[in-house]
Design a protein around this ligand. Sequence first.
Ligand code: FES
Ligand code: FES
Length: 166
Amino acid sequence: MRRKPKAAAYAEEFMVRLNVNGAIREIDAEPDTPLLWAIREQIGLTGTKYGCGVAACGACTVHVDGVPTRSCAFPVSDFKPEQKIVTIEGLSADSSHAVQRAWAELDVPQCGYCQSGQILAAVALLKEFPRPTDAQIDEAMTNICRCGTYNRIRAAVKRASELSAG
Ligand code: FES
Ligand code: FES
Protein backbone atom coordinates (compact mmCIF):
# COMPACT_ATOMS: atom_id res chain seq x y z
CA MET A 1 0.00 0.00 0.00
CA ARG A 2 1.31 3.44 -0.89
CA ARG A 3 1.44 6.02 1.87
CA LYS A 4 0.47 9.63 1.32
CA PRO A 5 3.53 11.89 1.00
CA LYS A 6 4.21 13.38 4.40
CA ALA A 7 4.58 16.98 3.22
CA ALA A 8 1.13 17.00 1.61
CA ALA A 9 -0.49 15.55 4.72
CA TYR A 10 1.23 18.18 6.90
CA ALA A 11 0.21 21.05 4.63
CA GLU A 12 -3.43 20.13 5.11
CA GLU A 13 -3.24 19.25 8.72
CA PHE A 14 -1.21 22.15 10.05
CA MET A 15 -2.30 25.12 7.98
CA VAL A 16 -2.32 28.18 10.23
CA ARG A 17 -3.90 31.51 9.33
CA LEU A 18 -2.38 34.53 11.01
CA ASN A 19 -3.30 38.19 10.61
CA VAL A 20 0.07 39.90 10.46
CA ASN A 21 0.42 43.61 9.73
CA GLY A 22 -3.06 43.74 8.24
CA ALA A 23 -2.73 40.77 5.88
CA ILE A 24 -3.84 37.16 6.35
CA ARG A 25 -0.85 34.86 6.02
CA GLU A 26 -1.32 31.15 5.53
CA ILE A 27 1.56 29.08 6.75
CA ASP A 28 2.35 25.43 7.28
CA ALA A 29 3.55 24.85 10.78
CA GLU A 30 3.20 22.34 13.52
CA PRO A 31 0.77 23.60 16.17
CA ASP A 32 3.44 24.04 18.82
CA THR A 33 5.67 26.18 16.62
CA PRO A 34 6.37 29.43 18.49
CA LEU A 35 4.76 32.47 16.90
CA LEU A 36 8.25 34.01 16.68
CA TRP A 37 9.46 31.30 14.27
CA ALA A 38 6.36 31.67 12.10
CA ILE A 39 6.95 35.41 11.88
CA ARG A 40 10.68 35.17 11.15
CA GLU A 41 11.03 31.97 9.15
CA GLN A 42 7.74 31.37 7.40
CA ILE A 43 6.63 34.97 6.86
CA GLY A 44 10.16 36.38 6.56
CA LEU A 45 9.76 39.39 8.85
CA THR A 46 13.12 39.46 10.60
CA GLY A 47 12.74 42.68 12.57
CA THR A 48 11.41 40.62 15.47
CA LYS A 49 14.39 39.07 17.24
CA TYR A 50 15.16 35.92 19.17
CA GLY A 51 16.91 36.56 22.45
CA CYS A 52 16.22 34.15 25.29
CA GLY A 53 13.35 31.98 24.06
CA VAL A 54 11.78 31.91 27.52
CA ALA A 55 9.73 35.15 27.64
CA ALA A 56 12.39 36.93 29.71
CA CYS A 57 14.15 39.46 27.45
CA GLY A 58 11.42 40.95 25.23
CA ALA A 59 13.48 40.92 22.01
CA CYS A 60 10.65 39.00 20.33
CA THR A 61 7.88 41.43 21.34
CA VAL A 62 5.02 41.95 18.90
CA HIS A 63 1.55 43.38 19.46
CA VAL A 64 -1.47 41.08 19.55
CA ASP A 65 -4.60 43.24 19.48
CA GLY A 66 -2.43 46.07 20.81
CA VAL A 67 -1.00 44.10 23.73
CA PRO A 68 2.78 43.62 23.81
CA THR A 69 3.32 39.87 23.54
CA ARG A 70 6.53 37.84 23.77
CA SER A 71 6.16 35.81 20.62
CA CYS A 72 8.72 33.15 21.60
CA ALA A 73 6.40 31.97 24.36
CA PHE A 74 3.15 31.26 22.47
CA PRO A 75 2.48 28.53 19.90
CA VAL A 76 0.86 29.47 16.60
CA SER A 77 -2.14 27.32 17.52
CA ASP A 78 -3.02 29.91 20.18
CA PHE A 79 -3.87 32.54 17.54
CA LYS A 80 -6.94 33.12 15.42
CA PRO A 81 -7.06 35.09 12.15
CA GLU A 82 -9.26 37.69 13.89
CA GLN A 83 -6.42 38.61 16.23
CA LYS A 84 -4.32 41.43 14.84
CA ILE A 85 -0.59 40.76 15.12
CA VAL A 86 1.65 43.76 14.47
CA THR A 87 5.42 43.53 14.14
CA ILE A 88 7.93 46.37 13.92
CA GLU A 89 7.57 46.29 10.12
CA GLY A 90 3.86 47.03 10.48
CA LEU A 91 4.10 49.91 12.91
CA SER A 92 4.33 52.49 10.12
CA ALA A 93 5.05 52.39 6.42
CA ASP A 94 7.94 54.86 6.61
CA SER A 95 9.19 54.83 10.23
CA SER A 96 7.11 57.92 10.93
CA HIS A 97 5.41 56.68 14.08
CA ALA A 98 6.10 59.11 16.97
CA VAL A 99 8.02 56.45 18.90
CA GLN A 100 10.21 55.67 15.90
CA ARG A 101 10.87 59.39 15.34
CA ALA A 102 11.79 59.87 19.00
CA TRP A 103 14.10 56.83 18.86
CA ALA A 104 15.89 58.28 15.84
CA GLU A 105 16.07 61.80 17.28
CA LEU A 106 17.67 60.58 20.52
CA ASP A 107 19.82 57.99 18.78
CA VAL A 108 18.66 55.28 21.19
CA PRO A 109 20.01 52.04 19.66
CA GLN A 110 23.54 50.79 20.10
CA CYS A 111 23.72 47.32 18.54
CA GLY A 112 19.99 47.59 17.90
CA TYR A 113 19.17 43.97 18.64
CA CYS A 114 16.62 44.65 21.38
CA GLN A 115 15.15 47.80 19.88
CA SER A 116 12.22 46.43 17.86
CA GLY A 117 10.88 44.93 21.06
CA GLN A 118 11.64 48.09 23.04
CA ILE A 119 9.78 50.26 20.51
CA LEU A 120 6.70 48.02 20.52
CA ALA A 121 6.69 47.97 24.34
CA ALA A 122 6.91 51.78 24.33
CA VAL A 123 4.05 52.14 21.83
CA ALA A 124 1.77 50.08 24.08
CA LEU A 125 2.85 52.01 27.17
CA LEU A 126 2.06 55.36 25.55
CA LYS A 127 -1.34 54.13 24.47
CA GLU A 128 -2.16 53.37 28.08
CA PHE A 129 -0.32 56.34 29.62
CA PRO A 130 0.13 59.18 27.09
CA ARG A 131 2.19 61.13 29.67
CA PRO A 132 4.00 58.39 31.56
CA THR A 133 5.91 58.98 34.79
CA ASP A 134 9.35 57.46 35.37
CA ALA A 135 7.73 54.81 37.55
CA GLN A 136 5.22 53.90 34.84
CA ILE A 137 8.01 53.67 32.27
CA ASP A 138 10.10 51.46 34.54
CA GLU A 139 7.15 49.23 35.28
CA ALA A 140 6.11 48.80 31.62
CA MET A 141 9.53 48.67 29.96
CA THR A 142 10.85 45.35 31.23
CA ASN A 143 12.64 44.47 27.98
CA ILE A 144 16.33 43.75 28.47
CA CYS A 145 19.03 45.70 26.61
CA ARG A 146 22.47 44.13 26.80
CA CYS A 147 23.99 47.43 25.61
CA GLY A 148 22.41 49.33 28.52
CA THR A 149 20.47 51.95 26.58
CA TYR A 150 17.92 52.32 29.36
CA ASN A 151 18.48 56.03 30.02
CA ARG A 152 18.01 56.91 26.37
CA ILE A 153 14.96 54.65 26.15
CA ARG A 154 13.35 56.49 29.03
CA ALA A 155 14.15 59.87 27.46
CA ALA A 156 12.83 58.72 24.09
CA VAL A 157 9.56 57.52 25.60
CA LYS A 158 9.10 61.03 27.01
CA ARG A 159 10.05 62.61 23.70
CA ALA A 160 7.57 60.36 21.87
CA SER A 161 4.92 61.46 24.33
CA GLU A 162 5.63 65.11 23.37
CA LEU A 163 5.63 64.31 19.66
CA SER A 164 2.32 62.48 19.96
CA ALA A 165 0.78 65.43 21.76
CA GLY A 166 1.74 67.55 18.74
S1 FES B 1 13.17 35.88 22.91
FE1 FES B 1 11.16 36.06 23.61
S2 FES B 1 11.36 37.09 25.48
FE2 FES B 1 13.40 36.69 24.92
S1 FES C 1 20.85 48.16 21.80
FE1 FES C 1 22.07 46.38 21.94
S2 FES C 1 20.83 45.04 23.06
FE2 FES C 1 19.78 46.89 23.21
